[in-house]
Write a protein that binds this ligand. Sequence first.
Ligand code: NAP
Length: 255
Amino acid sequence: MKGKTNLDLSGKVVLVTGASRGIGRETAVRLAAAGARVAVNYCRSEPAAAEVVREIGQQAFAVRADVGEPGQVRAMIDEVVGRCGRLDVLVNNAATFDLNPFDGDDYERWQRGWRRTFELNIFGAANAAFLAMQVMRKQGGGRIINVASRAAFRGETEFADYGASKAALVNLTISIARGCAKDNIISSCVAPGFIATEMAQSEIDAHYDEIVGQIPLRRVGTVADVANVIVFLASPLADYLNGTIVDVNGGSWFH
Ligand code: NAP
């Protein structure tokens, strides 16, 4: 029917990094519900990834890779393409987040934090995008969806490395948008605020009233709040979005 809303991802192959729990897990489940075949990347949590695959069923399979390791990123992309013959959507979701305060007294720890955060959150995403786009170019196009953060725009007082890595990821998104649309590869980005996951739980627990007090909608986000937007960005409904950044933060930060 002409004009019918289309969230159907049947026939599409999607790789979600860091899909063993949290936002990545929910995104994998919802993309599969929309019809996609989903590669569930994990690093340490094999049983959790196996549980995601079990929940989704035959449309899913797990792929182990430390996205911070360039060789493992190559093996991950090769495995997905070897199994499915194509890769339509890459969701760069895997990330690390740790306190690394300006006034710490351990210089080595400070450097380790910056190095590890950038290796995974931005170099890993850029490497996966580079290799995925080689495949996408050959098959006539694809999508890169990056999971950034409100931290990209707000600056962070206790984890500047994380904020800087997410700012770089936003910039990668718009660079791909400008540089790769000629190959029918489009990119977009979500920038969540506080979402109730293992990553954010200790911050939410420690500063609940302050955090919720800054959110006009008066609640932290759910994994579904973010996953639904990613499914939309992966779908034909978002065909004309390129370099778009979607804030998913309940109105807690504007830029
Ligand atoms: P989470 O619950 O801690 O999950 C992180 C996922 O990343 C896990 O599946 C983990 O898998 C995977 N992962 C960690 N290191 C990895 C590596 N080296 N290689 C591959 N996978 C790895 O985190 P989340 O809150 O869902 O966060 C998902 C994304 O949203 C991240 O990009 C994060 O920065 C962003 N975000 C989250 C919030 C929030 O408030 N939660 C806010 C803004 C942005 P294994 O356990 O298998 O290693």
